[in-house]
Ligand binder design. Sequence first.
Ligand code: F6R
Length: 607
Amino acid sequence: MCGIFGCISKDSPVAPIIIQGLKRLEYRGYDSVGVATLYNERIEVRKDAGKIDEVNNRLRFSEMKGSIGIGHTRWATHGAPTMVNAHPHSDCNGEITLIHNGVIENFLEIKEELLNKGHNFVSRTDTEVVAHLIEEEFKNSSTLEEAFLKALRRIRGSYAIALISSKEPERIFCARNESPLVLGVSEKGVFCASDVPAMLPYTNKIAWVKNGEAAVLDSEGFTIVRIEDNSKIERGLTEITWTLEMAEKQGYPHFMVKEIFEQPQSLRNALRIQKQYMDLLTTFLDRGREIFLVAAGTSYHACLAASYLFSKFARLVTYPVVSSEFIENYGSSIGIDSVVLAVSQSGETFDTLKAVDYARMRAATILAVTNTVGSTLTRVSRAYIVQQSGPEIGVAATKTFTSQLIILAQLGVRLARMRGKISQDDLDEIEGVFKIMPDYVEKALENNSSKVEVLSKKYSGERVFLFLGRGVSSATALEGRLKLLELGYVPALAYPAGESKHGPISVIEEGTPCIFLCPKGETRKEIIGSIMEMKARGARIISICEEGDAEIIGLSEDYLEMPKGIPEPLSPIVYVAPLQLFAYHFACNRGADPDKPRNLAKSVTVP
Ligand code: F6R
């Protein structure tokens, strides 16, 4: 996730302060770095791909002159991690220079409009469009602030922006929608940043900028206005008592739980993916004679759920395959008509890349969903989607799983439309549901977080758990089981519930905890049957069900209620959230480190 930092320094050159600020944002992950300072009413920009120290050694940021400036660490989303795509970005004349964290949804249409008006673009980023749009708006505005606000009203998407301009050399302009932005004031200067750690060495007196707000900083402090109508907002400073470590985790004790609670936002980002990339993947998928969904671990569970979605929405049979098994199982049948859709958060998982290489050699079409621009997977794919989840620091995949799911679900619906398998009304309805999925996840987390913590304590002495679900929920069950076993070190079992009587039922003893996934839908009657079977043998039933589902609640010793109205095929996106939280608390209760489970690596790049 990009880091932004801006400062108006009162008594010393700003560049060293910016470098220190950026270094404190390194934990967010990045691939390139850049700084812009204002001196003698001229903006100087230095930037490149690489780590802060290394780029600083080459470009000597610290020697840049001026007491006002901005700095950026970039986590690539649009355009490869190169010098040209690194931030800051400027307008045609280098008079407006800005940095951005987020995703501008409508950048392509604005870019086309500005190209027609003669603007020159140098990068492939969504960010550069904002600088040119402000330049354009300035032609019909009396102040830079007015042009800034007009431009902000035109852009859709998520952003935290900080801007300097030779037109107003004493100020920094910034704004926020859905990406974090914090302001700070001290004797030393006035600051803006994506995150509190960047300014902690200078001040602990901060003010959060909220969605839909812009701020203007000068050497005395800041003013905040509403972007919509330019009305002034009074906001005082809050004194925070966080240590640096707490600040990096935004006050959460671990990255994993921070990332679990980030899911509403990462889902919103995943819903903003450019339509033309979605269309490209959909076209290739539609052409395939057979489609393999290839991935490892959690990403494989996303593929498993996607195979149900593709079948339900688009009446399309796909083969979800664990990547290490792909060559043995399907290798000899891969050919020019095969499509391999590889799903990998890191884009570097050895087994997935090996499967992909094999399929490429046999002329198959390679498609990908990944979180990492510039990864090996993006380089070997014919077309790919970057899921825009931001870096995931906890070793266990959480937010990247739900983002993969919502992207794969959108592909399923697009395929259905392309293949004429969905009516206009159903299409409108499901697209409406996509938009509110982040809210469902938010509500599920809000309503259940304390109850999950209590349950994790109640069951913390258990030595085995069963996770059961039917249909698409069997993928949720597998993912819930994986989280618990990898973090809590519990050898748990997960099965499609219908399979339980073919073996797993024999492990049930009086009191064995059995976690059932029970969204309302086609599988409901059967799941009630499975609950009865387990209950009759003494299992303690913990159900994840829809709010107010009296029948399931009546059969359960414990239950967690999910919001009403989630279509069953999309239920894993919400129903997995309490299972992630359960595993997290379970690990904490046992004294394990949920961010760094033993023997595991974030990215498995070896055979
Ligand atoms: C589990 C987990 C792993 C990864 C797997 C694949 O919490 O994180 O199972 O899902 O190693 O990694 P990617 O998606 O990077 O290919």
